[in-house]
Design a protein around this ligand. Structure first.
Ligand code: NAI
Length: 453
């Protein structure tokens, strides 16, 4: 029986390993983590993350060939294939701070693997890492190897939160990079055989290590760039009277452009896009390519611009101040069908409103009040002007929203600002709301109150 161990039981490690276990009953999969609460949650009825379909997959194989444990060293020592899926956040201090990936967790995982291994291992990079990380990992492992043979593979994960299980069951492609040596090819083949249990062979791409590592950063940069492109257009749409949904539809019909990922919004969030682009920018700079670095930096600048543009629109519409005004924020996670709030644009929007002293009530069915409080307190804010953050009463808005009732209870003029173009703006206008839909022609009121951005 092949034994797999995955270090890191997070958004990637948990779902990917659960899917491998369910698709490969003859493989024993153990997911390990240094965080006991996380492992306890994986072993409980309330999993630590929300993903549609995840509960069913975990329940189908947990205790059979899928296990979650904090005994990291034991399971690493016993494994044939070790996936490393630890977090690789942006460095906050030291060389490359604010851009480079922080590989502290990765390095300590690699050193631990070297310490406890007694048999040959295939070590798989599942985390998103800078190009050439495999070389560094290889050095750590081989300099401490005690005669053990290590093969490092890059197998970046392309799942999207909110559709992780669907993406893992039917991936567009699985990418495996390895050394172009006989041992390297053998290791690639071994990992390929795992995926071949359910992924068609033509969808499993094999490349050299550096192409695989860079492809992950490139994919996220391209995806984020599409969002920034359409968001940049949304600003122009508002200025000219064009409708961004119509523009997106029209350009998406061009088969070279395609219809996906063209929805204007208040900006992208999540733990990956910004982090990976910053990482890409840093790598470009380190390789003496400032023009390329600046090109990708602009994707993040537009994203920041879009978030502040949204806040400015809200504030300017309400006579240039939201001080003491009650604002209900519906949705806080970075997108639907997830409880993940890492880098969610909602943080910037809420902080912007709180900075102008609004009374903000926030509700998201997948995010706890403590998490929201933590997210909003994370950075410096003005201690002299404490925030007015009020918990919402979920029951009031958990059900289908009764906009007429909401309108009746609001001060007039009453506003709805739609950062995702999800509400029926015309219906709300009939009720009497002033509605702002991102990238759509502006109500007369909003036209007269231009955003200050
Ligand atoms: P996460 O923060 O949810 O999970 C990482 C886990 O690793 C944590 O539970 C942490 O306790 C554990 N950990 C850290 N150091 C450890 C060590 N030395 N030994 C054992 N456990 C350790 O992170 P997430 O979101 O799962 O991301 C992991 C990697 O996958 C990152 O590099 C990320 O960029 C990448 N990725 C994330 C995607 C996502 O949608 N979240 C998608 C594709 C890639």
């Amino acid at each position: 029986m092949v034994k797999i161990c995955c270090i890191g039981a997070g958004y990637v490690g948990g779902p990917t390993m659960a899917v491998i276990a369910v698709k490969c009953p003859a493989i024993e999969v153990v997911v390990v983590d240094i965080s006991k609460p996380r492992i306890d949650a994986w072993n409980s009825d309330k999993l630590p993350i929300y993903e549609p379909g995840l509960d069913e997959v975990v329940k189908a194989c947990r205790g059979r060939n899928l296990f979650f444990s904090t005994d990291v060293e034991k399971h690493v020592a016993e494994a044939d294939i070790i996936f490393v899926s630890v977090n690789t956040p942006t460095k906050t201090r030291g060389l490359g701070a604010g851009k480079a990936a922080d590989l502290t967790y990765w390095e300590s995982a690699a050193r631990m693997i070297a310490d406890v291994s007694k048999s040959d291992k295939i070590v798989v990079e599942k985390s998103t890492v800078p190009v050439k990380t495999a070389e560094a990992i290889e050095k750590i492992l081989t300099h401490n190897s005690k005669g053990i043979n290590y093969q490092i593979l890059s197998n970046p994960e392309f799942l999207a939160e909110g559709t992780a299980i669907e993406d893992l069951f039917k991936p567009d492609r699985v990418l495996i990079g390895g050394r172009e040596t006989p041992e390297g090819r053998k290791a690639v083949q071994a990992l390929k055989e795992v995926y071949a249990h359910w992924v068609p062979e033509e969808n499993i791409i094999t490349t050299n290590l550096w192409s695989a590592e860079l492809s992950k950063l490139a994919a996220n940069a391209f995806l984020a760039q599409r969002i920034s492109s359409v968001n940049a257009m949304s600003a122009l749409c508002e200025a000219t009277g064009a409708n961004v949904s119509e523009v997106s539809y029209a350009i998406g019909k061009d088969s070279r452009i395609g219809p996906k990922f063209l929805n204007a919004s208040v900006g992208f969030g999540g733990s990956c896009f910004q982090k990976d682009i910053l990482n890409l920018v840093y790598i470009c700079e380190c390789n003496g390519l400032p023009e390329v670095a600046n090109y990708w930096k602009q994707v993040i600048k537009i994203n920041d611009y879009q978030k502040s543009r949204f806040v400015n629109r809200v504030v300017s519409s309400m006579f240039n101040t939201v001080s003491s005004k009650k604002v209900a924020v519906l949705g806080f996670a970075f997108k639907k069908d997830t409880g993940d709030t890492r880098e969610t644009p909602a943080i910037d929007v809420c902080k912007g409103l709180l900075g102008d002293k609004a009374h903000v009530s926030i509700y998201d069915p997948e995010v706890t009040e403590e998490q929201i409080q933590r997210d909003l307190a994370m950075n410096k804010f003005d201690w002299d002007h404490p925030m007015h953050l009020q918990p919402t009463s979920p029951s009031a808005i958990k059900q289908e929203l009764d906009y007429q009732k909401i309108f009746d209870n609001m001060q007039k003029p009453a506003f709805v600002f739609d950062g995702r173009n999800v509400v029926d703006a015309e219906k709300l206008r009939e009720i009497g709301f002033i509605v702002y839909s991102i990238g759509k022609p502006l109500d007369a009121w909003l036209k007269d109150m231009p955003a200050i951005a």
